[in-house]
Design a binder for this molecule. Sequence first.
Ligand SMILES: Cc1cc2nc3c(=O)[nH]c(=O)nc-3n(C[C@H](O)[C@H](O)[C@H](O)COP(=O)(O)OP(=O)(O)OC[C@H]3O[C@@H](n4cnc5c(N)ncnc54)[C@H](O)[C@@H]3O)c2cc1C
Length: 334
Amino acid sequence: MLTGTRAKELIVQDGRVIGLRAEREGKDFFIRGRRGILLATGGFEWNEEMNKRFIYGPPLHAYTSPTNEGDGHIMGMEVGAALALMDHSIFQPGLSIPTDIVEEGGKRLYRPFIHGYPGQIMVNRHGKRCCDECFYPDIGRAIIAYDRIRGEYANYPVFWICDQSFRDVIPLINLKRGQEMDEWLVRGETLPELAGKLGISGTDLTETVERFNKFAREGRDPDFRRGDSTYDKQWGEVVFPGRKPSTVLGPLEKPPFYGAKPELTTAGNLGGLVTNAKSEVIDVRGEIIPGLYCTSNTQAMLLLGHHYDSGAAQGKSAVFGYVAARQMAQSKGK
Ligand SMILES: Cc1cc2nc3c(=O)[nH]c(=O)nc-3n(C[C@H](O)[C@H](O)[C@H](O)COP(=O)(O)OP(=O)(O)OC[C@H]3O[C@@H](n4cnc5c(N)ncnc54)[C@H](O)[C@@H]3O)c2cc1C
């Protein structure tokens, strides 16, 4: 294994990928792939230009490895690979606090942000809830939703709201349980005061919280079905085992109230090169590119729909990596 070695370009001879050019200690470094090359450079989420081209939504930030700049995608595209699902990503809300700078290049790191426990909701700029706050892909779906009639993102900016009861139990990023504050967190003694500081309507936020509180006391959420799925229930049981009437629904009623403005973040972009079941990369005309294999988030996702994307991404990477390695081991090579 070579660390500090960045793959840059595939080398093709007589229509077959036979190796690659990498950069190591500022110099070209050539690697021969007698049985083939397996691309597994992760997603392209740290490549701002590619995000702008392929992801339709508010600005996207990442909390994966900052070296995931889409090099494998670019190398594949250079030799004619077909692409699919390039607008898919493990979207979720995330936050960057002032100390979160990645050293190289001064890039800003984002972190996932806790949500979906009693005493917490997400609202849009109209003070309305917009998702099942327990299920991060649902929050992601809400943040990228575009309202074509109003000509604006329906739920971006999105606001994270909680009451003191939530903070009594759950620490937040760099803040311990209790009253501690930092500049990224906004506080209001009342809901209208908090709404005013966040720039949303106090009347609308109060109405939303009253409606949510009524349902939360009954342990049900007819608006977004929060708490109904196995995923929601499983995470509720981890933090509030046996809580009644719900492990994930609880009213926001204990002042003060807190708010934050998360951004659209990702645990990895999911679009990528198209392969067949043997992990062989397919070109734009549907032909196999000899000697080129792909897995990881460099390979296009297989699943579509409303599911647990991150687990599916990791499972796919492991399976197709194994298949590619076996395929290469069995090949004669050149
Ligand atoms: C905070 C967080 C929590 C997550 N939680 C879960 C979870 O609970 N369950 C789950 O299943 N999944 C989870 N995921 C998602 C899962 O970890 C990813 O989908 C998976 O790791 C992606 O694997 P990968 O191989 O595609 O990419 P990565 O693991 O990102 O690896 C890509 C590697 O390629 C390297 N690389 C990039 N370019 C080059 C180049 N040119 N040359 C050489 N090397 C290069 C990068 O440095 C990196 O090491 C989570 C992700 C994050 C960030």
